[in-house]
Design a protein around this ligand. Structure first.
Ligand code: MLT
Length: 211
């Protein structure tokens, strides 16, 4: 797809014709996933919303990711910056190409996808109106922090998550709060998996914000 203006393998599902002012959910999969993984979440989270679902370009032993890591939980910060810029520009070009409102894009990411979504918020805040971060870590802590007022974030985290220690979820929540975002941190008892309860929490959170 590199000869098209949209240089990510991706899926796009237009908003339902009846869903006026529907947002676009930017769906970002976890390590080893692809552009199909989170499509089924769309109707559960925001019925009628458009869905834009790219596949991460970085390969780790054949598994797609959105940025390089040096070890589990140890990130290549330069690559995060570069990949966040690429993704922000993909979303902007996709908005023109598919004719959706670039001011109403909400990231929905799981694990590595949640980490790149958090990085988008921190480095390219204008790309997102808000974000749902399932099992995210702190990808980086830019100085100065961006102004995230009006760009709310929902974080869900597992008390028994072996990959994302609770302190990491709290650290990211505090960082986003310091940047001015309205942050909701919702805990669930399980591990590093996306549960029905988290999906339900996210659906309510989106609905309460008019999305
Ligand atoms: C990451 O590398 O982004 C996190 O460790 C989550 C994951 O395992 O993908």
């Amino acid at each position: 797809m590199s000869s098209t203006p949209l240089d990510y393998v991706h899926r796009f599902v237009p908003a339902h014709a009846a869903a006026k002012d529907a947002p676009t959910l930017l769906l970002l999969h976890g390590t080893g996933g692809d552009e199909n993984d989170l499509l089924q979440l769309g109707p559960l989270l925001a019925p009628g919303a458009a869905l834009l679902s790219p596949r991460g370009k970085v390969l780790e032993q054949g598994m797609a990711r959105f940025f390089r890591r040096l070890a589990q939980g140890v990130f290549d910060e330069e690559d995060i910056k570069r990949r966040s810029g690429e993704l922000a520009s993909f979303v902007a070009r996709a908005a023109t190409f598919y004719d959706f409102d670039a001011a109403r894009v909400i990231a929905v990411g799981f694990s590595n996808g949640a980490n790149i979504a958090a990085s988008l918020l921190l480095l390219h805040p204008d790309t997102l109106a808000g974000a749902v971060l399932f099992h995210a870590m702190t990808p980086l802590a830019p100085q100065p922090l961006p102004d995230l007022r009006g760009r709310p974030a929902l974080l869900t985290a597992g008390r028994a998550d072996p990959l994302v220690p609770g302190a990491e979820s709290e650290r990211l929540a505090k960082l986003l709060e310091r940047a001015g975002a309205e942050v909701t941190l919702a805990w669930q008892p399980g591990g590093h998996t996306l549960t029905q309860a988290e999906i339900a929490t996210a659906a309510v959170w989106l609905r309460e914000r008019g999305w």
